[in-house]
Design a binder for this molecule. Structure first.
Ligand code: MRU
Length: 373
């Protein structure tokens, strides 16, 4: 993705120092563009838990590099123990995004294949890099598959801009590059299709207002920020042609966990006969879970609702209190959209119906060992 005309990924290894992983501190965006460095497992855990990085794909990539940092900081004969401990700690840092556990498990499995005397640290490095590269490649493929859906609507509208509503940030910032929900939008733009994006502000953390609007602006995509409650009205007014959102965890039967408020958008889209698509790389599928109701839903501090942050007059990021003292707040971070409200899933292998049968047919290699699930 381009920032002021320069290409960036959201996470990368320092060219001169492999023990230094760079990320963008997303808490500072869109006001300040701050590059932060991770040197050890604790740095990676803090970055994930406190949302310096966020979004399913990027959480997975950061967890992969967190495992690598744990490996290189371990004594030569203690890499296995260090990785077991790192896995357990990383897995607790944020519970909903499936990509986290998937990435941790992938590094563990790769290091287990190293024979006695082999270079486990090198293996951890290679696997973390593969996770990040694959995330970018899969998002690009999601873009290619999803572009056709936008193109079909554009044809029906005789080339008038296609109005796409999105929730939260399932863009480049939530992955390593391209994003999932945004990849079809970028691919459509590249193909000369006129697009316009309605960006839900996405209370309480405001990923839409702070991140998606900024990201789309950087890429030159027309977009308009809307209050979370506005989507239903826009749909009734014929101002939304399609919805594309991301996912933090999707069951292998097609139920989708995504940022809180996604379910309400899916209900409104269903009532207004507007297609509702979910874009995700296969690393977001939970091959063990068949019911959305069993997906662990993160609960975060009520302070995220009681307070709001932004740039103050001093040019610094400041927080102000919204609700009166003593107000109680409950902050579920994700909700579940049942498969019946999802028109289709857009994956790196193609577009698939949100059903067990269709998902298993597209990913037979992933479900081979799961006849029990
Ligand atoms: O709490 P976050 O910001 O890590 O939540 C993740 C998200 O950004 C969304 O739920 C997103 O739509 C899916 S993640 C690709």
């Amino acid at each position: 993705m381009q920032i002021n005309g320069k290409h960036f990924r959201t996470i990368w290894v320092d060219a001169e120092n492999r023990g230094k992983i760079s990320i963008l501190d997303q808490r500072q965006l869109p006001h300040h563009f701050v590059i932060e460095h991770l040197h050890c497992l604790d740095d990676a855990i803090t970055a994930i838990r406190d949302m310096h990085v966020r979004g399913a794909g990027l959480i997975g990539a950061t967890a992969g590099f967190g495992m690598y940092l744990a490996a290189i900081n371990a004594p030569e004969n203690g890499v296995d123990e260090a990785l077991e401990e790192a896995a357990s700690r990383l897995n607790k840092s944020r519970p909903t995004a499936r990509n986290l556990g998937w990435a941790v498990e992938r590094v563990l499995a790769a290091v287990r294949t190293v024979r006695a005397g082999g270079d486990k640290k090198k293996q951890a490095y290679q696997t973390a890099c593969e996770i990040a590269d694959e995330d970018a490649a899969f998002c690009k493929q999601i873009g290619e598959h999803g572009r056709g859906l936008i193109e079909a609507i554009s044809r029906k509208k005789n080339g008038a801009p296609v109005n796409i509503l999105t929730h939260c940030n399932a863009g480049w910032l939530a992955f390593v590059d391209y994003g999932s929900a945004t990849a079809p939008i970028y691919a459509a733009r590249d193909a000369g299709i006129a697009v316009h994006v309605w960006v839900d502000e996405t209370r309480p953390w405001n990923q839409g207002a702070k991140l998606t609007a900024w990201e789309l602006q950087q890429e030159g995509i027309a977009n308009t920020l809307i209050a979370d409650n506005a989507g239903g009205h826009l749909m009734q007014q014929g101002m939304v042609d399609m919805v594309i959102v991301g996912s933090d965890r999707t069951t292998h039967t097609g139920d989708v966990a995504n940022k809180i408020g996604t379910y309400l958008k899916a209900l409104a889209a269903h009532d207004n006969h507007i297609p509702f698509y979910v874009a995700l790389p296969s690393s977001t599928f939970d091959w063990e879970l068949a019911e959305g109701a069993k997906i662990p839903i993160e609960q975060r501090s009520g302070d995220e609702i009681l307070w709001i942050s932004g740039m103050g007059h001093t040019g610094k990021i400041e927080s102000v209190r919204l609700a009166g003292p003593g107000t109680q707040a409950l902050n579920f971070s994700f909700d579940i959209t049942p498969a019946r409200l999802v028109s289709a899933l857009i994956t790196e292998r193609g577009i698939v119906q949100p059903s067990r049968q269709a998902i298993h047919a597209l990913f037979p290699d992933k479900v081979l060992s799961l006849s029990h699930a």
